[in-house]
Ligand binder design. Structure first.
Ligand SMILES: O=C(O)[C@H](O)COP(=O)(O)O
Length: 213
């Protein structure tokens, strides 16, 4: 066994609350989102988790979640790397639209395909499918994050629903079909312990993801 990696989706954002497609837009956390981030920190602290380094995106909802978790485990000044490679998938022309309004306009099925399919990008030149998102998240994981875990470090990654789905897809061995059913809850830590060959030795979810959609 080598090191440990904790993946956590940011706490609820203002736009999660308003049910808006967010992507690369940059809303802050809600009060509930702050509470979720603090709870994640508390749960990890209770387990005695200590990190060697943290990674987050360049979007404030993930950056603040990351910092609150570090505050919670008593490591406020820990080295934290912010990188766009961990950003949420770019939602293209859907960004800023209400998800229910989009369903009314384009139909439930089309919106589900945009949100959860593996390889259908949302409309607009910038829109990223999950595959497109993985194409930037994976190289970053392989070069910056995984080597540290394999050296035995404990690493925190605070990112987003879809940038983390892209990682979890491969870690957990999802197919392009089963990944469409995976939803990550806000502020719920997923603790991965890896074997020396980088496969997953153990996974533990510290919270409830059953309500995630
Ligand atoms: O960018 C967003 O709108 C959300 O963070 C994730 O959206 P999704 O649940 O539609 O993938």
């Amino acid at each position: 066994m080598s090191g440990t990696m904790v993946l956590v989706r940011h706490g609820q954002s203002e736009w999660n609350k308003k049910n808006l497609f967010t992507g690369w837009r940059d809303p802050d956390l809600t009060e509930q989102g702050i509470e979720e981030a603090m709870e994640a920190g508390r749960v990890l602290a209770e387990r005695g988790m200590r990190f060697d380094i943290a990674f987050t995106s360049v979007l404030v909802r993930a950056e603040r979640t990351c910092q609150m978790i570090l505050d919670g485990v008593g490591q406020s000044d820990l080295e934290t790397i912010h990188d766009q490679a961990l950003n949420e998938r770019n939602y293209g022309d859907l960004a800023g639209l209400n998800k229910d309004d989009a369903r009314a306009k384009w139909g439930e099925e089309q919106v589900h395909i945009w949100r959860r399919s593996y390889d259908v990008p949302p409309p607009g030149d910038e829109g990223e499918s999950l595959r497109d998102t993985g194409a930037r998240v994976w190289p970053y994981y392989m070069t910056e994050i995984l080597p540290r875990v394999l050296r035995g470090q404990t690493v925190l990654v605070a990112a987003h629903g879809n940038s983390l789905r892209a990682l979890v897809m491969v870690l957990d061995g999802h197919t392009t079909e089963t990944i469409t059913k995976l939803n990550l809850g806000t502020g719920v830590p997923m603790v991965y312990r890896l074997h020396a060959d980088s496969t997953v030795a153990a996974k533990e979810i510290l919270g409830d993801m059953s309500g995630a959609h």
